[in-house]
Ligand binder design. Structure first.
Ligand SMILES: [Zn+2]
Ligand SMILES: [Zn+2]
Length: 93
């Protein structure tokens, strides 16, 4: 089965993602986004894929999310069953 590319980034690592909801035009940023993983819009609850993703640079401190990561909104967290930005699973092999 062919996986559709739903996000600009297609690697295995955590990326920073920029989201824009097409329904209500809400913008947001998340420091924990993944390939082909959506987050839910807080306003209208639709699944939104990031339109832009930026790899974390090794030299940089990962940007801190201003608000707590919305795990219930994050497809990756729901798949994993725990916080997707956890040290135990990020920056794997
Ligand atoms: Zn929305
Ligand atoms: Zn997550």
């Amino acid at each position: 089965m062919k996986t559709e590319n739903k996000t600009p980034y297609q690697g295995n690592r955590r990326t920073c993602g920029y989201f824009q909801c097409k329904k209500c035009n809400k913008h947001w940023f998340s420091a924990n986004t993944w390939a082909n993983c959506s987050q839910k819009c807080k306003s209208c609850n639709s699944d939104v894929y990031p339109y832009k993703q930026v790899r974390h640079q090794k030299s940089d401190e990962p940007p801190k999310e201003i608000r707590p990561h919305p795990q219930e909104m994050c497809q990756k967290c729901r798949q994993l069953g725990y916080f997707c930005g956890s040290r135990f699973n990020s920056y794997g092999k």
